[in-house]
Design a protein around this ligand. Structure first.
Ligand code: M6R
Length: 614
C-alpha cells in the first residue's frame, strides 16, 4: 500500500504534493511526509504520524519552498506508524531522500552489511536500507545517483515503487517500480509522478505507465527517459487519461462511501453501456467474444480474488455454472499463489480486482500464466497492473472508488460477471432466447431497481440506531444470497469494527446456532426464490431461540414479514441479480452504524484501499 507523489517543474511543488497525497490517502493513512529541494539546493524532509491533514499542520511554519519534491502517505508494514518511521527517509549524510511503496524482503541482510560499513539507522523500516544502500554505492563507486539507484535495485528482493531526490538537484526525480504501481504525468516543462493517476489528472491527461522492472529519469528540462535495470531504454507509450476531477470529489456527500453507494444506478448504466442491447436480445462483451474459443473449450474457469472481489467471484461462479454449465472454482488469490495449484493450459483464470493492484491477485495471475492458462481480468482501474498483466478483460467502468469499503465496484463486478455468463451461454447455445432476454432485461432494469432500493435510505438510517451498540452480527443467505450475506458482514465489520459473520443460512444448525440469543441480531436475506421456504424455516429456528431478525425480503413477500422483527423490502429482479439489489440496503446499514459510532468511514483503522503488499 502507501501512496507516492512527486513533482518537478516550474511551479511550487508543495501544494501539488499535498493535494496529491490527499487523493492517495485511500492507500494508507497512518503517517505522511514530504521531501522538497529548495531553490538553494537544500533537501528538507518533514514528516509526522497521522493523516495528510496533520502533515499540513506540521509544515505550516516550515520552509516548503521548492519546485521539486516527493511525498508519501503510509500504511505501515515494517515499523509502527510514528514520526521516525514515516517516509521520506534520509540517507546517512542527509543528501538523498527516498519514498517507497512495497516491501524490501532482504532488508535485514542489506542492513547488516551497511552497519558493518558504519551506517546508522534511525527507523525500523525496511525502506531506510534502500536509501542508505544507494548512498553507499554512490559514494564508494563515484557514480551518478541514477546509476547508484539502478545498482541498488539489482540487490533488492521484494516489491517497490520508489522516488528519489538529491540535495542540490532541483531538476530531477528518479523513480522505479517492481510489483507496485507508478505513473508519470507529462506536462509542459514539468512532470508529475504518482501511484495512480488521481493526483495527476488536474494538471495533464497525458501519462506514461512505468512497467515492472523499469526506472524513470525525470528531468524537467529533458525528455522522460525510461530504462530497465540493465539500462536498456524502453520506448515510451503516452496514454490519455479518461477521468474527470468531479469523480474524485465528494459532491456534497459527507463521505465517499455514501456518495459511491448512491452512484450505483449511474455506475451500473456505465457498466452495461454499449454492451447490452436496448431490447435485451443480445449482450456484447468484446473481450469475451474475441476469446470465445478459450472460454468455450475451457476445462474450468478459476476465479482468483480477495475480499469483496472474492465475494463477487462466488456469485460469478454460481451464475456461470448455472447458465453455461462450465465448471467454475473460486480461490482466494493469497492461498492460490502459494499452494502449488493444479492449473491446466486449457483453464481460464479470471482475476477480479477493483484496484487492479492487489499484490496477491497479481501474483496469482503470474502463477496461472506460468502454467499457460488464459488470463482474463475484471478490473476497475484502467491501466492498472492486473489489467495490463492479463491476456484480455472487461473493465467494470464504475469510476474511481475512494471509500475503503468497496460498494459500487462490487455491484459492477457482479454486473460484468452476469454479462460474461450471458455471452458464453448464448455462444454455447445452452440458454433459450426467452431466458436470455429475461436476465438481459433484468440488467437493463437494474439502475431503476437499485435507485428504488436507495429510497430505503431513511428507513435504514432509523434501523441502524437500534443496532449501533450490538457487539456481534450474523448475516445469512442461501444460493445467490449467501455471498451477498458475506459481503454485508464484511461491510459492517470493516467500517464499524463490529464483529460480523456471513454464513449460508442452512449451515446455522451445524454450529453458529449456538451463538443465538436475544442479544444476537441476525440479518437474513430472504428474497423470493425456489428455496424461500427453506430460508423461512431458518428464520423460525432463529426466532425459536430469541434471536432478533432483520430480514431483507422482496416486494411480494408472503411469510417473513410476519415473523421477522424488522423487514427491509427490496424490488424484485431475476434471481441471479438479487445480490446486487440486496447489497444496497446492507451497504447503507453498515454505513449508518459506522457513522453512529463515529467511525472514520472512508478510512477505517488498519485498512487501506489497495493492498499492494502480501
Ligand atoms: O482492489 P481489489 O478488488 O483487488 O481489493 C480486494 C480487497 O482488498 C477489497 O475488496 C477489500 O476487501 C475491501 N476493503 C472490501 O470492502
Amino acid at each position: 500500500m502507501c501512496g507516492i507523489v512527486g513533482y518537478v517543474g516550474k511551479r511550487d511543488a508543495y501544494p501539488i504534493l499535498i493535494k496529491g497525497l490527499h487523493r492517495l490517502e485511500y492507500r494508507g493513512y497512518d503517517s505522511a511526509g514530504i521531501a522538497i529541494v529548495n531553490p538553494q539546493g537544500d533537501l528538507n524532509i518533514y514528516k509526522c504520524r497521522g493523516k495528510v491533514f496533520d502533515l499540513e499542520k506540521f509544515t505550516q511554519d516550515k520552509d516548503v519552498s521548492g519546485t521539486a519534491g516527493i511525498a508519501h502517505t503510509r500504511w505501515a508494514t515494517h515499523g509502527e506508524p510514528n514520526d521516525v518511521n514515516a517516509h521520506p527517509h534520509y540517507s546517512e549524510s542527509r543528501s538523498i531522500a527516498l519514498i517507497h511503496n512495497g516491501i524490501i524482503e532482504n532488508y535485514a541482510v542489506l542492513k547488516e552489511a551497511l552497519v558493518e560499513n558504519g551506517y546508522t539507522f534511525q527507523s525500523c523500516t525496511d525502506t531506510e536500507v534502500l536509501v542508505q544502500l544507494i548512498e553507499y554505492i554512490k559514494s564508494t563507486t563515484n557514480c551518478s545517483l541514477f546509476e547508484a539507484v539502478q545498482s541498488a535495485l539489482k540487490r533488492v528482493v521484494g516489491a517497490y515503487a520508489i522516488a528519489v531526490v538529491e540535495k542540490g538537484n532541483y531538476d530531477e526525480i528518479i523513480a522505479a517500480r517492481k510489483s507496485s504501481p507508478l505513473v508519470v504525468g507529462m506536462g509542459d516543462g514539468e512532470f508529475f509522478l504518482a501511484s495512480d493517476a488521481t493526483p495527476i489528472i488536474e494538471y495533464t491527461d497525458q501519462v506514461v505507465y512505468i512497467n515492472d522492472g523499469e526506472m524513470a529519469l525525470i528531468n524537467r528540462s529533458k525528455p522522460l527517459k525510461v530504462v530497465n535495470l540493465d539500462n536498456v531504454e524502453t520506448r515510451i507509450g503516452i496514454e490519455k487519461l479518461e477521468m474527470s476531477i468531479s469523480q474524485l470529489e465528494k459532491g456534497g456527500y459527507p463521505h465517499f462511501m455514501l456518495k459511491e453507494i448512491h452512484e450505483q444506478p449511474k455506475t451500473i448504466v456505465d457498466c452495461i453501456r454499449g454492451r447490452v442491447a436496448a431490447d435485451g436480445s443480445n449482450v456484447v462483451l468484446s473481450g469475451v467474444l474475441a476469446n470465445k474459443d478459450k472460454f468455450l473449450n475451457a476445462r474450468r474457469i478459476i476465479f482468483v480474488a480477495c475480499g469483496t472481489s472474492w465475494h463477487a467471484a462466488l456469485i460469478g461462479e454460481h451464475i456461470i455454472e448455472d447458465m453455461c454449465r462450465i465448471p467454475v472454482e473460486v480461490e482466494y488469490a493469497s492461498e492460490f499463489r502459494y499452494r502449488n495449484p493444479i492449473i491446466y493450459p486449457d483453464d481460464v483464470v479470471i482475476a477480479v480486482s477493483q484496484s487492479g493492484e492487489t499484490a496477491d491477485t497479481l501474483a496469482a495471475v503470474e502463477v496461472a500464466k506460468q502454467h499457460g492458462a488464459f488470463i482474463f481480468g475484471i478490473c476497475n482501474v484502467v491501466g492498472s497492473s492486473i489489467a495490463r498483466a492479463t491476456d484480455s478483460g472487461a473493465y467494470i467502468h464504475v469510476g474511481p472508488e475512494i471509500g475503503v469499503a468497496s460498494t459500487k465496484a462490487f455491484t459492477g463486478q457482479v454486473t460484468v460477471m452476469t454479462m460474461i455468463a450471458l455471452t458464453l451461454a448464448k455462444e454455447k447455445g445452452c440458454i433459450s432466447q426467452p431466458e436470455f432476454t429475461e436476465v438481459a432485461q433484468g440488467l437493463l432494469a437494474l439502475p431503476r431497481l437499485v435507485a428504488s432500493a436507495l429510497e430505503l435510505d431513511k428507513q435504514i438510517k432509523d434501523l441502524s440506531k437500534i443496532f449501533t451498540y450490538a457487539h456481534n452480527f450474523i448475516y445469512l443467505g442461501r444460493g445467490y444470497n449467501y455471498p451477498a450475506a458475506m459481503e454485508g458482514a464484511l461491510k459492517l465489520k470493516e467500517i464499524s469494527y463490529i464483529h460480523a459473520e456471513g454464513y449460508p443460512a442452512a449451515e446455522m444448525k451445524h454450529g453458529p446456532i449456538a451463538l443465538i440469543d436475544s442479544e444476537m441480531p441476525v440479518v437474513v436475506i430472504a428474497t423470493a426464490n425456489n428455496i424461500y421456504d427453506k430460508t423461512v424455516s431458518n428464520i423460525q429456528e432463529i426466532k425459536a431461540r430469541n434471536g432478533r431478525v432483520i430480514a431483507v425480503v422482496s416486494e411480494n413477500d408472503t411469510q417473513v414479514k410476519d415473523i421477522a422483527d424488522y423487514c427491509i423490502t427490496v424490488p424484485e429482479a431475476p434471481e441471479c441479480l438479487m445480490p446486487i439489489v440486496v447489497s444496497v440496503p446492507l451497504q447503507l446499514f453498515a454505513y449508518y452504524i459506522a457513522v453512529n459510532k463515529g467511525r472514520d468511514v472512508d478510512q477505517p483503522r488498519n485498512l487501506a484501499k489497495s493492498v499492494t503488499v502480501e
